[in-house]
Design a protein. Structure first.
Length: 463
């Protein structure tokens, strides 16, 4: 179940009437809105107090009559007297959608703030809660949209039959994408040459033939939708298929086109989980069908993302690919805790590693690095945290080295823990479910871990 108490629709009013009962400022405001449509607008009030003469409306200076609602698509009541009451009753009886100005409880519908680039309309609604906010949002969108948008939409509409005859589905969509985003088309449109430019572009697309597919290996960041790069967002909009892991934030997957196919390949209860070989085969097959594939991975694709294997498979199949970086979990964890993972005189480096399958020799090396101040960020290490800490100590790391753990970094419900390597090795850290980054190093003592749950029995050692 969603949260909206209203459902936004574009409601047909052509050939019908929009009736506004009232003769003052409020009625005038609604009239200004109503005349954006092709409906005929009728103002009814025995007290016409405002000048409606500038507007293409019919003014009836008389009391409201029940018959006034015949053929009405919508009714606005901006009259607080008996005429208003009569109009409300009549609207309810005739089931004509009713808006009572400034009385949300009595409204069947609200009027959103409208950005009018006919035939394109953008409506911003706060369901009556915050019309001022809706207007501010409208102003921002107004500023971002070309005034030529409507003309561009009409141009696209005028090409429909020709495009359908020349280009099949996906290729047609690509044509329209280029048509509506190309700056050259807009320039020609302003010069009155839009139609010939659109035809020329269509000829190019028809000649080009089937376009080859491509795979974008995209980092979706650690979880917050506003930690996605602008490039990732743009490519997600262009993708025909989104192949994602379960660690990818739902908001990022949602960002794709509504009709893009979405394939979850991550391991998750109740879902078939794909082997890496199956994922490789899947993205190759989709790209060979000419599709643009967004292979969306949590964090950064190049860090414990098995991108190497996918790139090998793509190279082998001769498929074009691009990598789009993302905010990796360790950096989100560093941000969450204001921990400078490199810090003058304290930590001259930052190591991203996984304890899974690490050899003693490697652990020996890391223990030395941590001892010299470098910050370790351990991925996929939660289940083996105590064991890894013990092994690091056995390889020479000091049990007093600060440790910080961030579960669900970059998410609103992240949880922080801090302690020492010794306490971690002793199994004192009881960590919540969820992906975690384990930091080991002196730099941790310089972060802001005030909200962290302490797992060291001994006092946290500040370097
Ligand atoms: N490519 C990803 C890492 C995938 S490996 C990245 O760059 O972040 C999966 C591991 O990443 C998890 O076991 C966990 O250690 C870490 N991880 C992923 N998302 C995380 C998050 N939001 N918070 C903490 N750790 C996370």
């Amino acid at each position: 179940m969603g949260d909206l108490t209203t459902f936004p629709v574009s409601y047909k009013v052509e050939g019908q009437r929009i009736v506004i009962v009232g003769g003052g400022e409020e009625a005038l405001n609604k009239a200004r809105l109503a005349i954006k449509t092709t409906a005929s607008v009728v103002i009814i009030s025995r007290h016409i107090e405002t000048d409606f003469s500038e507007l293409p409306v019919t003014v009836l200076a008389r009391p409201f009559e029940d018959g006034d609602l015949i053929g009405a698509a919508l009714v606005f009541v901006a009259d607080h007297g008996p005429d208003g009451d009569a109009a409300k009753r009549a609207a309810r009886a005739a089931r004509v959608p009713l808006n009572v100005v400034d009385v949300p409880e009595e409204c069947d519908f609200y009027t959103p703030a409208i950005i009018d680039r006919a035939p394109v309309t953008i409506a911003v609604s706060s369901e009556g809660d915050a019309p001022v906010l809706a207007r501010l949002i409208r102003a921002r969108i107004e500023a971002a949209l070309s005034p030529n948008l409507g003309a561009l939409a009409k141009l696209a509409g005028s090409m429909r039959e020709k495009v359908a005859a020349l280009l099949p589905g996906t290729r047609a969509r690509r044509y329209y994408e280029e048509l509506v985003t190309s700056p050259e088309v807009e320039v020609e449109l302003v010069r009155g040459q839009g139609a010939s430019k659109a035809d020329a572009l269509l000829a190019q697309h028809a000649e080009r033939g089937e376009s080859p597919g491509v795979v974008w290996l995209i980092g979706a960041g650690p979880g917050a939708e506003d930690l996605l790069t602008l490039r990732a967002q743009r490519l997600l909009q262009e993708a025909d298929v989104i192949v994602h892991d379960h660690l990818v934030p739902a908001a990022a997957v949602e960002m794709g086109r509504r009709d893009a196919e979405r394939i979850l390949v991550g391991k998750q209860k109740g879902h078939h989980s794909f082997t890496q070989a199956e994922i490789n085969a899947l993205i190759v097959r989709l790209a060979k069908q000419g599709k643009r594939v967004a292979r969306l991975k949590g964090g950064d694709p190049m860090i414990f993302g098995r991108a190497g294997e996918e790139i090998d498979a793509l190279n082998e199949a001769g498929i074009a690919y691009h990598v789009v970086p993302g905010v990796t979990a360790a950096l989100a964890a560093a941000a969450d805790t204001a921990t400078p993972v490199t810090l003058r005189k304290i930590s001259t480096g930052f190591v991203i590693a996984t304890a899974h399958g690490a050899e003693s020799e490697e652990l020996h090396h890391w223990a030395a690095l941590a001892g010299s101040g470098l910050t370790l960020a351990l991925y996929m290490g939660k289940s083996v945290a105590a064991e890894t800490a013990a092994r690091l100590i056995a390889e020479g790391a000091s049990p007093t080295i600060p440790v910080g753990v961030v579960v669900r970094a970059g998410h609103k419900d992240r949880v922080l823990y801090r302690g020492t390597l010794g306490a971690l090795a002793a199994g004192e850290a009881v960590l919540e479910d969820g992906p975690a980054i384990i930091f080991v190093g002196e730099a941790i003592a310089h972060g802001d871990w005030r909200d962290a749950i302490e797992f060291a029995r001994t006092e946290f050692k500040v370097a």
